[in-house]
Design a protein around this ligand. Structure first.
Ligand SMILES: Cc1ncc(COP(=O)(O)O)c(C=O)c1O
Length: 384
């Protein structure tokens, strides 16, 4: 055997964001974080202890417990569609849900549309499933907002799947409702599956907190991926889910039962506790992040000449550093000075990505303040 590793795995690059994390020391100011820097709310932590003592520590059904799936179906009813508990598989975070969906719907050589800039996992997941990732290049002039026109422009005869992610990681922009509707129509006309990654569904910021509308409102042909990770600050519990219709679920379950068996029993209990009072949990995280978003935006306003995309959702600001230097140089320089951020080019080959760095506002006000002061100092130096 010449090759020790499979060609597929060898063709996948390691996550640039992980590389940045792993190089970080403990006292670093982390503005690269992709998770709430807030503990899981106390009522969830307290509520689950009992389940451990009672020995709820065995396999559950592959799909997850009925109780949790029932509560998930009630939660997502707020997103505009009805779900039967049969149509839910509980997974190990959104990451496993995305993987299941990719393995189930992508065949060798299929073209798969992924937003660019977009979440770093889509491209490797498509490759691991044997597909061909097609970056949908969006425009910086319009805050990289994905529209139906972009999807039409990048569609190929071999497109089998489109990934959507609204609110978006890394830009925080939303796909407008009229575009969502049109993209759903395009998918139906062309027999394409939409995998809708909704992990930031509860993090939409405006004066009157609006409810999230899922593309699944408009068609059953949408596979929804969501998780407890971001909106309940439960990243370490590894708890997510995938929703689709009956046959899709049967096929995805084949992958899930062989690679995962079931999500952690204790985490499923924690998910139940979270959803016993879902608004309470979501509000704790939302209120904190929304204050920090305001704080970061105010501090960015104070940095002369720095432009940024005002995030409608999620927990990141995509800041345009093109006037001051390259994304890589600025991020390296920041790391040398003890602050982590993510270079825009980590989010896809879109040539405009390298004009940006991603700053997470999931950090304390002190950290945001110090981190942005250092950024300010660096960009003044880079200019000269
Ligand atoms: C858009 C998006 N989807 C999925 C995930 C993965 O979420 P989880 O931690 O639930 O696997 C992330 C994490 O950063 C994300 O930003």
């Amino acid at each position: 055997m010449d090759n020790r590793y499979s060609e597929t795995v060898s063709s996948v690059c390691e996550s640039k964001i992980r590389e940045i994390f792993e190089s970080a020391s403990d006292d670093i100011i982390n503005l690269a974080l992709g998770e709430p820097d807030i503990p899981t709310p106390k009522y969830i932590r307290e509520g689950v202890k009992n389940a451990i003592d009672k020995g709820f520590t065995h396999y559950t059904s592959n799909k997850g417990t009925d109780e949790l799936r029932e509560k998930i179906s009630i939660w997502v009813a707020n997103h505009g569609y009805y779900t039967d508990i049969k149509d839910v598989i509980v997974t190990s975070g959104a990451s496993e849900a995305l993987h299941l969906a990719a393995q189930t719907f992508i065949s060798d050589g299929d073209d798969v549309l992924i937003p660019d800039p977009g979440f770093v996992s889509y491209k490797p997941l498509v490759k691991i499933a044997g597909g061909n990732p097609v970056p949908v290049i969006t425009d910086k002039e319009y805050n990289f907002k994905l529209t139906a026109k972009h999807i039409e422009d990048f569609l190929t005869p071999d497109t089998s799947v489109i990934f959507l992610n609204s609110p978006s990681n890394p830009t925080g922009t939303l796909i407008d409702n009229k575009d969502i509707k049109k993209i759903v129509d395009i998918s139906e006309d062309n027999n394409i599956i939409i995998i809708s990654d909704e992990v930031y569904s509860e993090m939409i910021y405006n004066q009157n907190k609006i409810s999230y509308v899922s593309p699944r409102k408009y068609s059953d042909n949408i596979v929804v991926v969501n998780a407890f990770s971001k909106c309940f600050a439960m990243t370490g519990w590894r708890l997510g889910f995938v929703i689709s219709n009956n046959e899709d679920i049967r096929e995805m379950l084949k992958v899930h039962q062989y690679i995962q068996a079931c999500a952690s029993s204790i985490s499923q209990k924690a998910g139940e506790v979270a959803l016993n009072n879902s608004q309470r949990g979501i509000d704790i995280i939302y209120d904190k992040l929304s204050k920090r978003r305001e704080f970061m935006l105010q501090r960015l306003e104070d940095i002369d000449g720095l432009k940024y995309i005002e995030p409608e959702g999620a927990m990141y600001v995509f800041a345009n550093i093109s006037e001051f230097g390259s994304d890589i140089d600025i991020v390296r320089h920041m790391a040398d000075e003890g602050v982590l951020a993510v270079p825009g080019r980590a989010f896809g080959p879109n040539p405009d990505n390298k004009d940006f760095i991603r700053l997470s506002f999931s950090a304390s006000e002190e950290e945001i303040d110090s981190g942005l002061s250092i950024l300010n100092k660096i960009i003044r130096e880079e200019c000269f």
